[in-house]
Design a protein around this ligand. Structure first.
Ligand code: ZN
Length: 160
C-alpha cells in the first residue's frame, strides 16, 4: 500500500509534468516579476493581475528549474487564483510556516518560525511538507511565493 510520501511524490511530479496556469499574461494589465534561486539555478516568472476589488483575477507561471521549484509555483498558482489578497497573505504565511521560515511580517528575520494561520487549508501544497527536512531545497519551494509577493506589491502600487 503506498504511503504518504509516495502520494506526496506523485502530487509533486504531477505538477512538475503538467504545470497549472503555465504561460504568460499580457503586460499591462498584468505585472511580470522574475525570481531566481542561485543556489539551485531555479527561475520562476510570475504574471499576476490584481482586480480593483483586491483579488488575484489571473495568474500565470513561466520559468525553469528543479521539480520542487516548478511544482511549488504550479501549486501556488492554483491555490491563489481568484483569492483575495488577504487570503493570499494567509496562505503564504501558512506555507512558509510549514517550511519553517523565520520571517517577520515585514520581511525581516525572526527568532521563531512563522505560525500557520488557523483554518487555512494548503491542499496539494501539503505535498511539499517533506522539503523542510532538506534545508538547501527550502529556497526552491519558496521561490515562487517570494516572487508572487513582489508581483503583488508591484501590481498594487502602480498608478491607477
Ligand atoms: Zn531548486
Amino acid at each position: 500500500m503506498p504511503g504518504l510520501e509516495d502520494l506526496y511524490r506523485e502530487i509533486i511530479l504531477d505538477h512538475y509534468r503538467s504545470p497549472r496556469n503555465r504561460g504568460e499574461l499580457a503586460t499591462p494589465p498584468a505585472v511580470r516579476v522574475e525570481g531566481f534561486n542561485p543556489l539551485c539555478g531555479d527561475e520562476v516568472v510570475v504574471y499576476v493581475n490584481v482586480s480593483d476589488d483586491g483579488k488575484i483575477s489571473d495568474v500565470a507561471i513561466d520559468g525553469q528549474g528543479c521539480s520542487i521549484s516548478q511544482s511549488s509555483a504550479s501549486m501556488m498558482s492554483a491555490a491563489v487564483k481568484g483569492k483575495t489578497l488577504a487570503e493570499v497573505s494567509d496562505l503564504t504565511q501558512t506555507f512558509k510556516a510549514m517550511m519553517s521560515i523565520h520571517e517577520t511580517n515585514i520581511g525581516g528575520i525572526a527568532d521563531e518560525p512563522m505560525e500557520p494561520v488557523e483554518g487555512v487549508n494548503l491542499g496539494d501544497l501539503e505535498a511539499l511538507r517533506g522539503v523542510v527536512k532538506f534545508p538547501t531545497r527550502i529556497k526552491c519551494a519558496t521561490l515562487g511565493w517570494n516572487t508572487l509577493a513582489e508581483a503583488i506589491v508591484d501590481a498594487t502600487t502602480e498608478e491607477a
